[in-house]
Design a protein around this ligand. Structure first.
Ligand SMILES: Cc1cc2nc3c(=O)[nH]c(=O)nc-3n(C[C@H](O)[C@H](O)[C@H](O)COP(=O)(O)OP(=O)(O)OC[C@H]3O[C@@H](n4cnc5c(N)ncnc54)[C@H](O)[C@@H]3O)c2cc1C
Length: 303
């Protein structure tokens, strides 16, 4: 029986594991990979990154510790998670069952991908899914953003503040009738394509053009330096969604200690209802969840 099993090897899970090991908990990290989405790098033409604080570098340091401690990790996917009385039973892809007194759930979330020709080819070379991470690099550039929900408009607002031109491609009306939506529509550097659909991405080494199509079938090709896709995030909660409280976006509801609605189950990073999908937030969440799981285990008489 482990004290703690951490599910997910992204920034949140790796940090949680390092903190739990420092607390001398008998802990195990279960994940098919180490690094999670922090392994993906946005490549930008002509931008100096020597002075940038790089999330991937920080994550690499945590990953190195876990790679070295091979007894503390299993590189497999979890296929089932149950709470049986006061313990958690974790089943991994090979069928092996593991037990723990507490669990940290840190399986992340994936962005809904743009499914048009060229979008995958230019993934991270001009087609990106994390506006909050990269918008600040597009000062005075021409950019497009696809999406119309709250997160999309938040990203659009950030881009509109610094970009020379923002093409806001809103396949649906979404949140355009809100205060933020109206403000964006009134901004002189924002051109709205409401009801238009993206149909293709073209470029050379990097994406350069986004073609969009109107409901009437008219096509226009927009010259851009980057295309941000904000069509929503899908949290990986299938293992717990029917027995743990989730919010309207399907993310696990946590309090400020990372506790979920189920005692002994903590959640951290993008899978939880925290404010933004960022490496440093996931790292902080992971550390917090591990310290609070430690505290929980110290006091738990029945588990
Ligand atoms: C393209 C891209 C670029 C980004 N760039 C930046 C950036 O520059 N700066 C920044 O701050 N943020 C950036 N982000 C956001 C950042 O990567 C995430 O916020 C961060 O990785 C979240 O960490 P996490 O640990 O919560 O989840 P993730 O990194 O998604 O990790 C989840 C982990 O859980 C594992 N997992 C999933 N399901 C299971 C299962 N059933 N069993 C076991 N393990 C499982 C996965 O394999 C993975 O290891 C970017 C995101 C993307 C998509």
């Amino acid at each position: 029986m482990y004290d703690l099993i951490i599910i997910g090897g992204g920034p949140a899970g790796l940090t949680a594991a390092v903190y739990a090991i420092r607390k001398r908990l008998n802990c195990l990290l279960v994940s098919p990979d180490l690094g999670g989405k922090a392994n993906a790098h946005w490549i930008i033409e002509g931008v100096d990154t020597f002075n940038v604080i790089n999330g991937a570098d920080i994550v690499r340091r945590f990953r190195n510790e876990i790679e070295y401690l091979d007894f503390a990790r299993i590189l497999e996917k979890v296929t089932k998670l149950e709470k049986v009385e006061n313990r958690f039973v974790v089943t991994v892809a090979s069928g092996k069952q593991l037990e723990a007194r507490a669990v940290i759930f840190a399986t992340g979330a994936d962005a809904v991908r743009l499914k048009v020709p060229g979008a995958d080819r230019y993934f991270l070379r001009g087609v990106g899914y994390s506006t909050v991470s990269y918008a600040p690099l597009y000062i005075d550039k021409a950019v497009a953003l696809v999406g119309a929900d709250v997160m999309a408009l938040r990203g659009a607002a950030e881009l509109a503040q610094i970009a020379k031109q923002l093409y806001l491609v809103a396949p649906t009306r979404g949140e355009l009738d809100t205060y933020l939506g109206r403000k964006l529509q009134a901004a002189p550097n924002v051109t709205l394509f409401e009801g238009w659909q993206p149909v293709g991405v073209e470029g050379d080494t990097f994406a350069r053009k986004l073609t969009v199509k109107s409901p009437a079938g008219e096509e226009r090709t927009l010259d851009v330096d980057a295309i941000f896709v904000e069509l929503g995030l899908k949290p990986h909660t299938a293992l717990v969604a029917d027995w743990v409280q989730v919010d309207e976006e399907g993310r696990i509801v946590v309090n400020c200690s990372g506790e979920t609605s189920v005692p002994g189950l903590f959640a951290a990073g993008d899978v939880a209802n925290q404010p933004a999908e960022q490496v440093l937030i996931a790292i902080g969440d992971g550390a917090k969840a591990a310290l609070n799981a430690y505290e929980y285990l110290l006091k738990c008489e029945e588990c």
